[in-house]
Design a binder for this molecule. Sequence first.
Ligand SMILES: [Zn+2]
Length: 171
Amino acid sequence: MIPCYKVLCGEPRRKCVHTTRTELSLQNGCVLWGNRIVVPPPGRGKLLEQLHEGHPGVVKMKSIARSYFWWPRLDHEIETKVKTCTDCQMVKAVPAAAPLHPWQVPERPCSHLHIDYAGPVKGQMLLIIVDAYSKWLEVYSSGTSTSAVTIEKLRQAFAQHGLPDTIVSDN
Ligand SMILES: [Zn+2]
């Protein structure tokens, strides 16, 4: 692989995505890329440690770095730093909770049923049927929770209470 012909990189050219020589300048002995100091390899580790102080997370670390300094694959190194830091992973923002979608309150009993299986309890699967209107609970026990059994138990329930308009289940 032909090495990058650009300054201070050393990456294979295929991977190198950074600035050209013409965008670099020299000020007080520091190489700058725009306003950012191009940090030579010996200083990078320590700077990364400082950047990581207080575990601010990838976005904040990149944002601070963007204002002050740069080196090839800096973003990648920041990501790796955070990914391999236990503290950062523990405080990583959990995804925002999806808003609850309440079911419409039915107008009469036995129109809207919620069903699910619980168990096994003492070798039995329990088909639980809850009426959304009255909160009435029906429980049918069976050795298995197959479709055939479920249909049979639902038929029993419908024979007693009438056909519902809606059944909610998790498949
Ligand atoms: Zn951390």
